[in-house]
Design a protein around this ligand. Sequence first.
Ligand SMILES: Nc1nc2c(ncn2[C@@H]2O[C@H](COP(=O)(O)O)[C@@H](O)[C@H]2O)c(=O)[nH]1
Ligand SMILES: [Zn+2]
Length: 487
Amino acid sequence: MDLEKSVNPTSTLLNQCQPNQYPSQPVSTQPVPISTSVNPTSTHLNQCQPNQYPSQPVSTQPVPFSTNDLPISTSDRDNQYPSQPVTNSTSDHLSQYQLNQLCEVERSVASLRADLPPAVEELRHAVETFRMRLETTEHLSWLGFYKKGIGEPLGNLGNSHPYWKNVQYRRKAEEEVTTVCSKFREICDGVVGLDTQELLRLPSFNNWAWKDWEILFLLQHMYNDLGLLSKFGIETEVFRKFLCRVYHCYNQVPFHNFMHAFCVTQMMYGMICKCDLQRRLGDLDVLILLTSCVCHDLDHPGFNNIYQINARTELALRYNDISPLENHHCSVAFSVLERNECNIFKNVPAEDYKKVREGIIRCILATDMARHNEILSDFREIQEFSFENRAHVNVLFMVLIKVADISNEARPLDIAEPWLECLMQEFFNQSDLEKLEGLPVSPFMDREKVTKPSSQCSFIGFVLLPLFEALGTVLPELDVRHFDFLF
Ligand SMILES: Nc1nc2c(ncn2[C@@H]2O[C@H](COP(=O)(O)O)[C@@H](O)[C@H]2O)c(=O)[nH]1
Ligand SMILES: [Zn+2]
């Protein structure tokens, strides 16, 4: 991220933090760097499709495999974003007589509209604005109106509950998972190309250029590259089944999807490599960190904890309003690992497994942003950090996964910007539903109130930078002032 770009410390947008989301006070008094991508007049906040990636990935990267091992045809790539269907022009369908009539009607409508009383004009404008906001049927489907039968619901609450209690968020269709996993199977014995191996260690890695089965392959590479499969007796087949199951358990939501989990893991992998964490922490800790990232948002429904609690969802009831989502992600992770065929830890000695489980739970639970201040303060309170001190390392783990989790803005703009679109889309989906249900609406999610600049000024200034700076004191290799290595 270019952290030195346009700074506007007098911005009035900086104080929009919400309780439970971002800290209410700036943790740092430094000037607030803002990415130059922010454009107050931007009208494209809503363009991200709910279950797809942005439509213009910039694929400038080399292909991932050595040339002997190119399983993906160019046509596959080209077909990902089909172009618009070509329709015939209106005049092909209408006779000249019909066209004349249509023009006549248009003219009379235009003249009628010119005479509209102001109140009616105002009403018309309101209707038009509302129509625009409704966007697409795809979007409407988010509000719980889409057809049933796409995957299993989270829990069976019965018909007596209002419809929103039964909202089935978008689980992946079985066929899609099968297709992606079999394509992964076709390439998984290959080797990741050297250029890609290098890129994979950098925050400038462009996730948008890769398909899901390639992403699975890249995840496999990271574990292999760190020697985790051989060091912990993880059978290749078990590992692949684990990855496919994880893929299956991420939902088709705009932001908290499988690609997000990959990006978080990739950022963690980059930090592990850059800071030589494998030597400083050990293999087991690296296994914990990487696996926590892979699993940290499993089965995320696309509606945050505030929603879960206010809507009294099954998750909130199950976890007594205490980090319901993070508890759920963690629980799903260990349910996946409970399946013998997916249990990548089955050859890990019991004593180490205990550490793995504790470590993963600690890391995943730390991603609840409501705990941001608590974790940051704990980290700052450490006087002289020591890798020998387990209490210190435990806090470091939480900070590391948090940094990886919120690090989109530390990536180049063409990668970060689409992520912001996705996040905003998820926020808007939630606030729309909250309005429908008569629940409190978080202003930072409200399409009527939030803008990209307001959101990012607060987030980068109050949340991201203070966290990155704190981590930089213990791992100077990551200090933002030395970020030139990144790009
Ligand atoms: N306004 C922004 N909020 C962001 C951004 N990146 C992350 N976030 C918020 O943090 C949490 C991260 O936790 P997760 O485990 O849920 O992924 C996320 O939900 C957002 O609320 C950002 O760039 N801008
Ligand atoms: Zn996350």
